[in-house]
Design a binder for this molecule. Structure first.
Ligand code: COI
Length: 355
């Protein structure tokens, strides 16, 4: 079933040649789904390898009620973004990192995965097919959501007989309703998102369903999101529902080390490199919840959230507030990263891929 194409408008004033844009309100994008024109679909049998995918009109997909992903959660997702440069060209940010992370996750979830080349080519094809949905420079980005799922029917608990790799895209703006303003977190002391030996370190869909209960409760109390602690000591920071966390004290920036229970964020890894290149000392280690008390700044990183400053954290009924407004370190790192992603500054790390 084809989704209806909306009529297109042109914004020719900012670009040397006329670029066709979808006819939507580009100034008010939040982080929600705007259906676009095409999605990419590639299938493969259990024990086989992915070979050839295709672009299809964006729309609903058909699945057996006994599909592995629906019954046993055999599924992974990824997230990356395409930005439009001032000159109208489109940039991807480190897409091969997402491809590699999907391969690691697929191994954990007993699924075949596309090769890095297949993944990156499929992302490029999908973005180009939907290029009128890449927001004008400075108005947001095109969020790219690759999925890998057990799509074949299975009843007994076992790997699915068939797998589907699918990519859809949507133009997005800021993730939190606060926009770029600081978010307010609450530490969750009872519920956990991951356990040692579990799947917290891969981007399996179930990790995200597991946070909904605490997240809903936090939002109902006016918090932006939840900060999780490790499930063994209930003392060390893990991550926020949708992003990694960093704590700033003087010239030292600390973030929980990757040890299987924390999602190895690509923005996390990029921010570590950017911060080091700017002279900060970055430590990946156990970060105790007590360190939140005397931190100068706290910020979150993720593809969807980019770099989000934290305004306050509430733990066991006590609220700690940070910097009036956005902290200087968070601001500096946000600016450095987004200027790279948008092609404003020189890409010395060779992280961007122009379409
Ligand atoms: C992303 O940041 O891209 C993610 O996958 C997190 C998701 C909860 C929006």
């Amino acid at each position: 079933s084809a989704s209806p194409l909306v009529s297109s408008a042109t914004l020719s004033d900012t670009y040397s040649e006329t670029i066709e844009f979808a006819d939507i309100e580009w100034d008010n994008l939040g982080f929600g789904l705007t259906p676009t024109d095409y999605m990419y679909v590639m299938k493969c049998a259990r024990g086989g390898t992915f070979s050839k995918g295709e672009l299809q009109r964006f729309g609903n997909i058909e699945l057996s009620p006994s599909a592995g992903v629906l019954n046993y959660g055999q599924g992974l997702f990824e997230g990356l973004k395409a930005y439009r440069k001032q000159d109208g060209n489109i940039l991807l940010f480190r897409p091969e990192e997402n491809a590699l992370r999907m391969q690691i996750g697929a191994e954990r979830m007993c699924m075949p995965a596309p090769t890095v080349e297949q993944f990156v080519e499929a992302v490029k094809d999908t973005v180009l097919a939907n290029k009128r949905w890449v927001p004008p420079a400075g108005k947001g980005s095109l969020y790219i959501r690759p999925l890998l799922m057990g799509s074949g029917p299975i009843l007994g608990l076992a790997p699915s007989p068939e797998y589907t790799f699918l990519i859809y895209v949507s133009p997005v703006g800021n993730y939190f309703k606060e926009g770029l303003a600081p978010i307010n977190l609450i530490v969750e002391s009872d519920l956990h998102r991951a356990t040692p030996g579990g799947t917290g370190g891969v981007k399996t869909i179930g990790n995200y369903a597991a946070v909904l209960k605490a997240q809903s409760a936090a939002k109902a109390k006016g918090y932006s999101d939840v900060l999780y602690l490790d499930c063994v000591h209930k003392r060390y920071l893990e991550e926020v529902s949708s992003c990694n966390i960093f704590v700033v004290k003087g010239n030292v920036i600390s973030t929980p080390a990757i040890k299987g229970t924390i999602l190895p964020g690509i923005t996390r890894k990029s921010i570590i490199d950017v911060a080091r290149s700017q002279g900060f000392q970055v430590e990946e280690r156990l970060v105790s919840v007590d360190e939140l008390l005397d931190a100068d700044e706290v910020f979150c990183t993720g593809t969807a959230v980019v770099v989000s400053p934290v305004g306050s954290i509430t733990y066991l009924g006590k609220k700690v507030s940070y910097a009036n407004g956005v902290g200087v370190v968070s601001e500096q790192l946000y600016t450095a990263l987004t200027r790279l992603q948008m092609g404003i500054s020189q890409d010395e790390m060779n992280w961007t891929v122009q379409l």
